[in-house]
Design a protein around this ligand. Structure first.
Ligand code: PLP
Length: 381
């Protein structure tokens, strides 16, 4: 622990519930793709706060929008209209091609809203989700998370959720029955190992009767080279969950409901005190406006550069993903690579036991990708 931190801060670790396996690294400042620790140590951030800091740390556009909103109005509740929430809803609707938004504060909350919306819209309680999928830690989202180790300590969870293997169309069709109101899919399983869904599988899901919700909490807001990943799959879902990168690090989540699926929620059906917070929404609108054609081209080009570099590393068995959500399947243990990378001044993530995940800001430059690859080579050799 750094001498630069006060006693109150350094003892505070004992006063946090130990829900996370935290590295002993206290980060105090960020700028673009870089963060600094309390001792002045510099790190290239290819984890981006788990795919959250979409435009880079302290990007001027969301910073200016949030600062201006902080000077005007922080909170009034959803008892009243606010300009930032309405502006963001209409920007997202334009990107989606016609949708209404429910704003909340996290990815799990967006999934909770989707679960409730599907029940109300269809009158059915069944859900079909993916083995290995991840949708969050609240009880509803956890119920649809196909990772038994995360679920087991909290059983019994919601009844009526069936899991099928990713990309198995026959299993998907067989799992859907008269009780199924919702099919919930990540277009790329993020926490589950960066596993992209095949377009034919997502198309098959869209053709089935239940509502289709794409969980784009990790893949949305430009991360994979289009604003939404569904644009690359030829399928427009009924429901879509967004969070992580939407406000560049301020807390926000959103459920989008396609116009074709509108009408199920009435006043009183759902709510969130902080949902649609003006500061988060103002930052998010700035993010949406900044994720333009040029930035999306950068995501695709830098993603291709990263994939080519990672593919050539010794010990890498396969490289998966789209845009700047890239997973390297390795023979060893991903968490030890994450640790070794940190000592080389590079922050990366794991996704499961054997996948090293890269999710840098979408603004990353070619030189920064090269720098990350050079650091990664030192670890893999
Ligand atoms: N859905 C997906 C695809 C995620 O990757 C995550 C978080 O990693 C969530 C939902 C949950 O989001 P949050 O941690 O904001 O609740």
């Amino acid at each position: 622990m750094s001498a630069a931190l006060s006693d109150t801060v350094s003892q505070g670790i004992e006063r946090l519930l130990p829900a996370y396996a935290r590295a002993d690294l206290t980060l105090v400042r960020g700028d673009g793709c870089r963060v600094w620790d309390a001792d002045g140590g510099e790190y290239l951030d290819f984890g981006g706060g788990i795919a959250v800091v979409s435009l880079g740390h302290c990007h001027p556009a969301p910073l200016a929008a949030a600062a201006a909103q902080l000077d005007r109005l922080w909170h009034v509740s959803n008892l009243y209209r606010t300009e930032p929430a309405e502006e963001l809803a209409s920007l997202l609707s334009d990107r989606f091609g016609g949708a209404q938004a429910f704003f909340c504060n996290s990815g799990a909350e967006a999934i909770e809203a989707a679960l409730k919306y599907a029940r109300k819209a269809t009158g059915r309680t069944g859900v079909v989700a993916l083995e290995g999928g991840f949708h969050g830690r609240t009880l509803g989202a956890l119920s649809a998370t196909g990772q038994p180790a995360k679920r087991a300590p909290f059983d019994p969870l919601l009844a009526g959720v069936r899991f099928v293997p990713p990309n198995d169309v026959d299993a998907l069709r067989a799992a859907v029955d008269d009780e199924t109101g919702l099919i919930l899919l990540e277009p790329i399983l993020g926490e589950g190992g960066v596993i992209p869904l095949e377009p034919a599988f997502v198309e098959a899901a869209a053709e089935l009767e239940p509502l289709l919700c794409l969980d784009e909490v990790q893949t949305g807001a430009g991360r994979t080279g289009t604003f939404f990943t569904f644009e690359q799959l030829g399928v427009r879902p009924d429901l879509l969950a967004l969070a992580k990168g939407l406000a560049n690090g301020l807390p926000i989540g959103a459920l989008l409901v396609a116009d074709e699926a509108a009408g199920a929620f009435a006043p009183g059906d759902h709510g969130s005190t902080f949902g649609g917070n003006p500061v988060s929404c103002a930052a998010a609108s700035a993010v949406v406006e900044t994720v333009d054609g040029a930035l999306l081209a950068n995501v695709r080009e830098r993603g291709a550069q990263l994939v080519a570099g990672v593919e050539s590393l010794p010990g890498v068995i396969a490289v998966r993903g789209r845009g700047l959500l890239v997973g390297a399947v390795i023979a060893g243990d991903a968490s030890s690579v994450v640790e070794a990378a940190r000592t080389e001044g590079l922050l990366v993530l794991s996704a499961g036991d054997d996948v090293v995940r890269f999710a840098p800001p979408l603004t990353v430059t070619a030189a920064e990708v090269d720098e990350a690859l050079t650091a990664t080579k030192r670890i893999f050799c």
